[in-house]
Design a protein around this ligand. Structure first.
Ligand code: FAD
Ligand code: SIN
Length: 538
């Protein structure tokens, strides 16, 4: 199969980019591949909202930029922060035009929420299901665009690349080119070769690498692993953001339900098992300190008191207002016998967001030619060492737009698709010599081991010994899984496990290279921030 534009992923980044290029080139084909249902994405679960300078009487670009830089703890790319904050408002207006709704005040102005690390009220939201509403609007717009085809349940295994020796030195441009992907079709159980002029990776996050995560099961870091295998550049993978308040449900595994930070923005208070509002002991901003500080404080309280959760107290909040702003959370808690105006909510930190990822420039270009990345899988420089709440939906839209602008220029300049004169040389997927998998337990047990070791050794607080243990165990898992991958037929479960082990390795290796504590990375063997401000690129 051949296509002009190939998009991997149907979250906010992939859909935004696809819509834009499809509208620019109605005669060209845009193909979206996604490994699950089209709306099964991190985007769908976003609750709090999208940050943007809307209330210009009280807020300003400068304030949003400053808040982002403070959260990023010295590692943000200032130019990128300025780009995202200033261009973001236009992107929000665009998605409103495409049909997304955001809550309004009775007077007609947008209702703005506040979250940790924000100095002003600037979060647009749709109740507590903002992501679901944005995803709905985008999917509907995509359905109306005749030149976009969406193929669901198509698991991309690897990008197809060609490496040119010496190209980098002589021409100053990347020495690797991307021509498309190999994809396993879950309907036909066959692996196809898809050739493309331009490819965008919008494969989202990797929270599932940990035992407890707010991310759905699709969040396995596939795009990052594929680029690393293709020898592209990956950056700052050690900065994994743990959301302070995932709902704690004893014995429940898999995706943890999020209690949005906006609940604390509206006045909820964290209490330890003794009922103490402990955040004031950790930071003057108390419950609205940036996420790394709140998550570490909760982690410490849990360890000191020997409990598996702390409490989120909403009992003093206006019940009607709570019901209006957070109907989904109210219902979820009620289904567990928690009535938020009478009972406190048990919460604990959970892996939530990957600040690092596939290194891009300010146009979403990766280190591989004709390959772009946007959204959570990308490392653009916006988040630095810690992402400011509600900045990621914004970043995804801004970078999907920038990747679109650059792709159009590229299309005009070089008359892609480039695969035309090369397609004969690109081999089909080779499955010879492999046999049907015999024991699923080999995959499921390794997955459990991976998630356990990442949570126990590479969590909120790290040490050199824990990281060394993690890498030794990862080496063994890598060896066993590579052997299995080479000898058995392709299965998405195995391919995904392989990707997750690679992502785990990248997180641990980057953490080992960082000899300091900064932002989300806290290592008790290097408790101070280093004067050397550097990104870790693998
Ligand atoms: P996603 O929306 O995750 O989409 C990834 C897509 O890639 C999916 O379609 C998936 O199927 C596909 N894919 C992955 N691998 C493959 C493969 N191998 N083959 C084919 N397809 C593949 N951010 C905010 O700014 N504000 C919030 O309020 C907020 N709340 C959040 C709440 C929760 C519970 C979570 C989990 C995240 C939240 N975030 C929030 C973060 C934000 O939602 C995500 O960072 C953002 O939606 C990521 O969008 P994306 O397009 O990059 O990826
Ligand atoms: C939340 O609603 O608390 C999550 C916001 C985010 O991750 O940006």
């Amino acid at each position: 199969m051949e296509t002009d534009f190939l998009v991997i992923g149907s979250g906010i980044a992939g859909l935004t980019y696809a819509l834009k290029v499809a509208r620019e080139y109605p005669q060209k084909k845009v193909l979206i591949l996604t490994k699950a249902n089209s709306d099964e994405t991190n985007t769908k679960y976003a609750q709090g909202g999208i940050a943007g300078v809307w209330d210009t009487a009280n807020d300003s670009f400068e304030k949003h930029i400053e808040d982002t830089l403070i959260a990023g703890d010295g590692l943000c790319n200032e130019k990128v922060v300025e780009i995202v904050v200033t261009e973001g408002v236009e992107r929000i207006k665009e998605i409103i035009e495409w049909g997304a709704n955001f809550d309004k005040e009775p007077g007609g102005n947008y209702a703005l929420g506040r979250e940790g690390g924000h100095s002003e009220f600037r979060i647009l939201h749709y109740k507590d299901v903002t992501g679901m509403e944005m995803e709905r609007a985008l999917i509907e717009a995509v359905k109306k665009q005749p030149n976009i085809e969406v193929n669901t349940h198509c698991f991309v295994l690897d990008i197809i690349t060609q490496h040119h020796m010496g190209y980098l030195v002589t021409k100053g441009t990347p020495d690797i080119e991307c021509f498309g992907v190999y994809v396993f079709n879950l309907h036909t159980k066959k692996t196809d070769k898809i050739l493309s002029g331009i490819t965008l990776l919008a494969t989202g996050g990797n929270g599932q690498v940990y035992r407890t995560s707010t991310n759905p099961v699709i969040a396995t870091g596939d795009g990052v692993a594929m680029v690393y295998r293709a020898k592209g550049r990956i950056e700052n993978m050690e900065f994994i953001q743990f959301h302070p308040t995932a709902l704690y449900e004893q014995g429940v595994k898999g995706q943890a339900f999020l209690i949005t930070e906006a609940v604390r923005g509206d006045g909820a208070i964290l209490r330890n098992v003794d009922g103490e509002a402990f955040m004031e002991r950790y930071d003057p901003r108390k419950d609205l300190a940036p996420r790394d500080i709140v998550a570490r404080a909760i982690d410490n309280e849990m360890k000191v008191t020997g409990t598996e959760h702390v409490w989120l107290d909403c009992r003093h909040m206006d019940r009607e207002k709570f019901l209006h702003h957070f109907p989904n959370i109210y219902e979820k808690c009620l289904s567990l016998g928690i009535e938020v105006s009478k009972d406190m909510i048990p919460v604990a930190p959970a892996a939530h967001y990957s600040c690092g990822g596939i290194k891009t420039d300010e146009w979403g270009c990766t280190s591989i030619k004709h390959l772009y990345a946007a959204g959570e899988c990308a490392s653009t420089g916006l988040h630095g060492a810690n992402r400011l709440a509600s900045n990621s939906l914004l970043e995804a839209m801004v970078f999907a737009h920038r990747a679109y602008v650059h792709s159009v220029e590229e299309m005009k300049r070089s008359g892609l698709p480039v695969y035309n004169n090369r397609s004969a040389n690109i081999p089909d997927w080779k499955a010879e010599g492999t046999t049907a998998p015999k024991e699923m337990i080999l995959i499921t047990q390794s997955l459990k081991e991976l998630q356990l070791l990442m949570s126990d050794y590479v969590g909120i607080v790290r040490t050199n010994v824990r990281l060394e243990r993690a890498i030794r165990r990862l080496d063994l898992l890598h060896l066993e899984t590579e052997n299995l991958y080479k000898t058995t037929e392709v299965s998405p479960q195995l391919a995904q496990l392989r990707n997750m082990i690679t992502v785990g390795y990248l997180i641990v290796k980057s953490a080992q290279f960082r000899h300091e504590s900064r932002g989300l990375h806290f290592n008790t063997d290097y408790p101070q921030k280093s004067e050397l401000v550097q990104n870790i690129v693998l």
